[in-house]
Design a protein. Structure first.
Lengths: 470, 500
């Protein structure tokens, strides 16, 4: 019975582990060509996605250290989908790469870490998951082995993530010291607005803010995004951010529920600064990856606005938005990774008159950007709307007005790119690209997601019913 | 009849356009689609009268309510009253003439017609929605295509204008959003919040909440309809846009704002509408006079029409701000009339520009001798704009003034008088422009061989002119449509007065 539970509850982690081991064995034993490997891996990842949806169960393991339920299982599946799309999109880049299987082994290890983090019912488990999800990421950021920028990015990432882990650990130790427990359920019973508890919470919050790159803890983001290979950048910006956001919401809504009034004000300030800084810096960027880094910072600000709602709606709209964000951002990254892999161009100014040569890719990029900006009928509109409505549910209309006006600023820089693609003249536009079938498929999935996820209300309803607030 | 057809038809047309090849196929499909829209809207009018004459006095006809997001109590709720129907007919007339005017669109025609038809879908969706979320959704659907239309096919400083327009309209919808969320969270219908327009109207939002959120909603929608001092996108946007987009922008898009001010802000928050009516009237009077004088200084035909639009849309806001049954009827009539008239004006300017390659009044002259039809259209549009009896402009402005005069307050009287006086200024700039451009000797020799209107241009102008003339001669067809809707709104605001 115990063993049965173990297999069922940890199903998604075990499948992932199985794939990692399989890749290791193939790496040692066989010398298959990159293309065969990529097809095999994509197949495995597809199986991984499918298996995530089979039989979601609820339960705890290891004395409440590991917990899972339908929502957690759905969150993991969302990440799985994202990883599959990223792997499909990086086809052109990895086709010629020497260390193909290592890349996936590292990536899936970080994913495994995120799964444990999401499922954690205990600060220790949470910390182990977090570390497992960030250390291999530094190696991934360095995956353009011959580029100096890439190793610079990796170095910056490892230092900043070590620093943030240190802060988290400090917070955790303070909490343990003052409440005498590291179990989430126990902490909730003991936490109050004593200064020491609040100090511990601030440390934890800073650690989280680092991981989701909320301002003023965002400084590493742009440099790392710029230097890392596009696939890793997209992984960083959607998957790893999404995973931390999932945990962040559940920790705030359950563990730190007793001090909700205190973190509400902190989040309020954090959200406003994050949106503003993300927006203002995004306006000035020319490198596409740096641009998306700042735009993703602004998006995190909007998510923080949604989190302040502290209701079932808040939690649901965050999960929903992350889902949409994965499709929209990967739609944009899909085009950029293609262009970057085939031509090496990564600047926004290179995209001038892109429409003349690549109309299809231009539309995909445009629609993805519209979805990021929140223009209907794309899913991004619904995601943003629900986030802001959830933020408004607390009656804080100042926050909502600031957020709504910032949406206008964000329109400016997204439209600036649309303008470059469609309107700006260019002597030498990017030549017509031949897109591999698998990348086309990935773009199509993103596009379908962007269109369907918003208009089809069952998606939101389903997430809403699984979520819980307070 | 099923109102969803109004959404489905443009959507299917737009999708069909994506699969077309070449200008001929594309424009044929677009024409077919917009022609069906026109037929549909008149059929809607017919069935509307049928329902009404069979004694159905429900406020909203053809009501349909589909659950969308149950968790948030968001429904896809549609239905129309006479006001919405008038706007729908206006939309269909402007869209078909916009398609006809762009008949020979050279570059990227597929994308052009796609966006144009897509825009019309947004407009229809906006006018039929009875749920604030759905309404907001369609309001924003109708913004971004304009950015592309102006930026890609426009002229002059088109990128700047497109960006300015998109950002200002998005700013407007951001304000609308704050207003909507405020209304939502201050409503309590059987223990739940609601976006439903009909329910909210019956519920009556608490007065202190109205006082906070009315300005957000009204100014937000007001930006769309060139409320002073948020009118600055209008001249740039209109003058840089390609002809069809200008027609759409001035003819329909600005009406989205007016309709929103009326249906959302005033109807749902009547107490605040009363409280703020002084400010609204002040702003609209400034817009009317400022717009008229600013037009006097313009030399470019498109700028003339754009600035005069600010002045004319001021009448719409003035009518709404006066809050009498007649003035609101007048405001809606002015929306329809201005929509048709300004679309016609832009169409005529486009026809002239495509032949003479100039829009500067001083460089034109004697066009009546070479292209009598286009010149005639131009003059009709001008006369309608200055409010000549027999055309729609006269009826609409007259109704607004009559409604406005019913308010006995001295300040309101003064505003009405000033607004009336602006008509004189209108006459000056219209007659001067028409006189210089159309009459007199031919200023440039190569004008002599310019062709007159082609069949498609004639048809486009014909459709719009027929609308203008019909409203001008038999205005009660339109008023009988609008008045019940206006009464409903006044009933709300009247209750508000009584509560005071």
């Amino acid at each position: 019975m115990m063993l049965n539970d173990f297999f069922l509850l940890m199903k998604q982690e075990l499948v992932l582990l199985l794939i990692i081991v399989l890749l290791l064995i193939i790496k040692v034993g066989k010398d298959w060509s990159n293309e065969t490997m990529l097809n095999l891996i994509n197949g495995l990842l597809l199986l991984n996605v499918v298996s995530g949806f089979v039989m979601p169960v609820e339960g705890n393991l290891f004395g409440d250290m590991f917990k899972t339920n339908a929502l957690i299982s759905l969150e993991k599946s969302i990440l799985n989908i994202g990883v599959l799309i990223i792997s499909m999109q990086s086809y052109s880049w990895l086709k010629t790469h020497k260390h193909l299987s290592e890349f996936f082994i590292l990536m899936l290890s970080t994913l495994l870490g995120m799964f444990y983090m999401i499922s954690s019912g205990n600060l220790l488990m949470f910390y182990i998951g977090l570390e497992l999800s960030s250390i291999p990421l530094a190696a991934m950021a360095n995956f353009d082995l011959e580029k100096r920028k890439s190793s610079e990015a990796a170095f910056k990432f490892i230092i900043s993530s070590a620093f943030s882990s240190g802060m988290l650990l400090f917070g955790i130790s303070l909490i343990y010291g003052s409440t005498g427990s590291i179990s989430f359920a126990e902490i909730t019973n003991h936490i109050s607005n004593e200064p020491l508890h609040i100090f511990a919470f601030v440390m934890l919050l800073a650690g989280f803010a680092f991981k989701i790159s909320a301002a003023p803890f965002h400084l590493w983001t742009a440099d790392v995004y710029e230097g890392a290979p596009v696939a890793v950048t997209s992984y960083l910006s959607v998957i790893s951010k999404g995973a931390v956001l999932f945990v962040f919401v559940s920790v705030l809504y359950t563990v730190f529920k007793p001090i909700a009034e205190i973190w509400y004000n902190m989040l309020f300030i954090l959200a406003v600064i994050t949106i503003l800084i993300g927006n203002l810096f995004a306006i000035r960027q020319n490198n596409f990856k740096r641009f998306l880094a700042f735009s993703s910072i602004a998006q995190v600000g909007f998510i923080l606005v949604g989190i302040t709602g502290s209701s079932q709606m808040g939690s649901a709209s965050v999960v929903y938005f992350v889902l949409i964000y994965i499709f929209s951002n990967l739609g944009a990254f899909g085009v950029i990774s293609l262009v970057s892999a085939l031509t090496g161009k990564e600047n926004i100014s290179d995209y001038k008159s892109f429409y003349k040569t690549n109309p299809l890719l231009s539309w995909v990029l445009t629609i993805a950007l519209f979805s990021l900006a929140g223009v209907p009928p794309t899913a991004g509109f619904f995601g943003k709307f629900f986030l802001l409505i959830s933020g408004a549910s607390q009656g804080n209309y100042i926050l909502i007005s600031i957020a709504a006006l910032n949406m206008v600023i964000s329109f400016y820089y997204y439209l600036r790119i649309v303008k470059a693609i469609f309107m700006d003249p260019n002597e030498q536009p990017i030549e017509k690209l031949s897109i591999p079938l698998i990348s086309k498929l990935a773009l199509f999935i993103c596009l379908a997601g962007i269109v369907v996820l918003g208009l089809w209300s069952s998606v939101y309803e389903c997430i809403y019913n699984l979520s819980s607030g307070f | 009849m099923n109102l969803n057809l109004l959404i489905l038809l443009p959507l299917l047309t737009a999708i069909a356009i994506m699969f077309c090849n070449g200008l001929k196929q594309v424009r044929l499909v677009a024409l077919l689609g917009s022609g069906l829209q026109l037929l549909l809207s008149f059929w809607l009018l017919y069935s509307f009268y049928q329902e009404r004459s069979s004694g159905n006095t429900t406020q909203m006809l053809f009501d349909a309510n589909y659950t969308w997001f149950t968790a948030l109590n968001i429904n896809y709720h549609i239905g129309i009253d006479g006001i919405a129907l008038a706007m729908i007919i206006l939309t269909s007339m402007v869209v078909i003439s916009a398609v006809l005017v762009s008949w020979t669109m050279e570059s990227m025609n597929k994308e052009f017609f796609f966006l144009l038809i897509f825009l019309s879908m947004g407009a229809y969706g906006f006018f039929i929605s009875l749920d604030l979320f759905t309404m907001f959704f369609f309001l924003e659907v109708a913004v971004i295509p304009k950015f592309l239309l102006i930026g890609i096919w426009g002229s002059g400083k088109k990128e700047y204008s497109a960006m300015k327009l998109a950002l200002m309209l998005m700013g407007g919808s951001a304000l609308v959003f704050v207003g909507l969320s405020g209304m939502y969270f201050n409503s309590n219908i059987d223990g739940a919040h609601s976006f439903d327009l009909v329910q909210l109207a019956n519920y009556r939002i608490p007065v202190d909440a109205q006082m906070i959120f009315f300005p957000f909603a009204f100014v937000g929608f007001g930006i769309f309809t060139a409320l002073f001092p948020f009118h600055t996108w209008v001249p740039d946007g209109h003058s840089s846009a390609p002809t069809a987009a200008s027609m759409f922008l001035a003819g329909i898009s600005m009406k989205l704002g007016g309709y929103g001010c009326l249906r959302v802000a005033t109807y749902l928050m009547p107490d605040a509408a009363h409280a703020y009516s002084d400010i609204i009237i002040l702003l609209s009077t400034i817009a009317i006079i400022y717009g008229a004088f600013a037009t006097m200084m313009q030399t470019d035909l498109k700028y003339i029409n754009a600035y005069s639009s600010i002045s004319h849309c001021g009448f719409v806001i003035l009518g709404i701000g006066m809050l009498t049954e007649t003035s609101i009827t007048g405001a809606v009539m002015q929306m329809v009339s201005h929509g048709l008239m300004t679309a016609l004006f832009f169409a005529a300017i486009g026809m002239i520009y495509s032949r003479t390659h100039t829009r500067i009044v001083a460089q034109l002259g004697g066009l009546m001798k070479v292209m009598p039809f286009i010149s005639g259209v131009f003059i009709i549009a001008g006369l309608c704009s200055l409010g000549l009896p027999g055309f729609s402009g006269f009826v609409a402005e007259m109704t607004v003034f009559m409604g406005a005069w019913q308010n006995t307050d001295a300040m309101y009287r003064l505003a009405t008088i000033l607004a009336c006086a602006s008509i004189v200024v209108t006459a000056v700039y219209i007659l001067r422009a028409a006189g210089k451009a159309v009459m007199g000797p031919i200023t440039d020799d190569h004008y002599k061989h310019l062709p007159d209107a082609t069949w498609n241009e004639k048809l486009a102008a014909g459709i719009l002119i027929s609308g203008i003339v019909v409203i001008g001669i038999v205005p009660f067809w339109l008023t009988s449509l609008i008045t019940p809707g206006a009464q409903e709104i006044i009933l709300q605001t009247g209750q508000a007065l009584m509560l005071k």
